[in-house]
Design a protein around this ligand. Structure first.
Ligand SMILES: Nc1ncnc2c1ncn2[C@@H]1O[C@H](COP(=O)(O)OP(=O)(O)OP(=O)(O)O)[C@@H](O)[C@H]1O
Ligand SMILES: [Mg+2]
Length: 94
């Protein structure tokens, strides 16, 4: 939940999208050991981890801490897909 919430919040707050392309797409893929969460937006700029300060910068640190792996890939069409794999304790993504 925390991972999903951070990724969606980032897409809402940071994605600079062309008019008419404001939609954010979420998808979930269940694997043997957990779930792959993806949040897509229509901005090509990838997220960049930054040193956190009073104004923020904690989101991706939290995503990294709570996920087994995370990353960004280009999306079919326009924009990007930010993904994270969350596994159950003791499990690994298969
Ligand atoms: N979906 C996105 N599209 C474009 N840029 C992004 C996106 N997500 C994150 N970023 C960039 O990556 C930076 C780091 O994101 P992060 O979530 O760690 O911090 P934050 O959103 O600035 O603060 P916080 O999450 O603590 O409120 C952001 O400041 C932003 O510049
Ligand atoms: Mg954030």
């Amino acid at each position: 939940m925390a991972v999903l919430s951070e990724l969606v919040t980032n897409a809402v707050v940071h994605a600079q999208t062309p008019a008419g392309r404001e939609e954010i797409e979420t998808s979930f893929c269940r694997g043997a050991g957990g779930v792959r969460i993806a949040v897509d937006d229509a901005d090509e700029t990838p997220p960049t981890m930054r040193a956190h300060d009073d104004a923020g910068g904690r989101g991706l640190t939290l995503v990294k801490a709570y996920s087994a792996r995370w990353g960004v890939r280009t999306r079919r069409g326009i924009g990007k897909s930010v993904w994270a794999i969350v596994t159950a304790p003791g499990e690994r993504w298969l």
